[in-house]
Structures are given as structure tokens and as C-alpha cells.
Design a protein around this ligand. Structure first.
Ligand SMILES: *[C@@H]1O[C@H](CO)[C@@H](O)[C@H](O)[C@H]1NC(C)=O
Length: 162
């Protein structure tokens, strides 16, 4: 019995420590309706997606002007400049932008609010189909870039209204 408990604890305690370490990696910022988890390391788009999913979070979505402003001011203090959102294009013609917020929605969500930087989006190719959020001096703007670039992933979870 005792050795069973020891082995059980070995697994549970180890995985608990691991999970705990993962969450400690993030810089956590509370917004009005969401909690943002800023991962302090640049990753490829897909790596960022999985960094979030592995912690039970979605990569960032930005659904309104209010939220774009919130992300702009919240991330301003992190010292980074460019961040992965979960926005991608599913169509080479470039007219099928979706959020990959799969934990929340289970299907990609069509993007209805955009905040492109001037001159963006550039024509979509397989090499430029991921939406990057850039913190400029006054505002946060979007551009479509190569998914193999490395940027800081922001994960999110919704704060449930009580
Ligand atoms: C939070 O949710 C409220 C109610 O839906 C909305 O009016 C407000 O704009 C949201 N705030 C942000 C920063 O998204």
C-alpha cells in the first residue's frame, strides 16, 4: 500500500510541479473580460498555439476596438513589441481570416473586426497567413506575416461573468 502511494505521488506530484512551472512561465495580466497570459519567449506561430493549448488556453483573439485598445495598453508594459494572435487565413486568395480559438469555440471563428496597419494585409501567400499584433507608440496594429517568424505568444482565457 505504501509503495503504491509513493508511486502514485511520484506521478501526481511530478505532473503537478510541471503544470505549475508552465503557468509560472507566463506573465499574467487581467483585462475587463479576459485574462491574458504572455509567454516570455519568442516562438513560431504553431509553437505558440500549442504553448497555449497545453495550458488549457487559446492563443489571442481580438474582437473589438475596446479589446484592441486593452491589449495595446496591457502589453505595453511587457517590453516586447510583436505578438502572435490566433488569426490565420485559410484561403490562398486571402479572404478567409479566422481565429483559431478552438478551446473556446471548437471551430475556427470568422474574424469580423480588423485593425490592419496601413498597407496591410499584403497579398496572402502560404508564407504570410498569420496575423501579428504590433505595439506601436500609440496603437496596436495588425499585419499578416510568415507563420515561421518568431514572436511572443499571448494566450487568453475568459473571465466568466458572475
Ligand atoms: C467587456 O465586456 C463588456 C460587455 O460585453 C463590453 O461592453 C466591453 O467593451 C468589454 N471590454 C473589453 C475591453 O473588451
Amino acid at each position: 500500500m505504501r509503495s503504491f502511494l509513493a508511486i502514485f505521488c511520484l506521478f501526481v506530484c511530478l505532473s503537478w510541479t510541471e503544470a505549475n512551472e508552465v503557468s509560472q512561465d507566463f506573465q499574467v495580466v487581467k483585462g475587463a473580460n479576459k485574462t491574458y497570459f504572455i509567454y516570455p519567449q519568442k516562438t513560431l506561430f504553431l509553437e505558440g498555439f500549442f504553448v497555449c493549448e497545453d495550458s488549457g488556453l487559446d492563443l489571442l483573439t481580438i474582437d473589438s476596438e475596446e479589446e484592441n485598445k486593452e491589449v495595446t495598453s496591457e502589453v505595453a508594459s511587457t517590453g516586447y513589441k510583436t505578438f502572435w494572435t490566433s488569426g490565420v487565413n485559410l484561403n490562398e486568395k486571402g479572404n478567409d481570416w479566422v481565429w483559431l480559438n478552438l478551446l473556446d469555440q471548437s471551430n475556427p471563428t470568422p474574424i469580423t473586426y480588423f485593425h490592419w496597419k496601413q498597407g496591410q494585409p499584403t497579398p496572402v501567400t502560404p508564407a504570410s497567413s498569420c496575423i501579428l499584433f504590433t505595439k506601436d507608440d500609440l496603437e496596436g496594429t495588425w499585419s499578416n506575416v510568415n507563420c515561421k517568424e518568431e514572436h511572443i505568444p499571448i494566450c487568453q482565457s475568459y473571465i466568466s461573468p458572475i
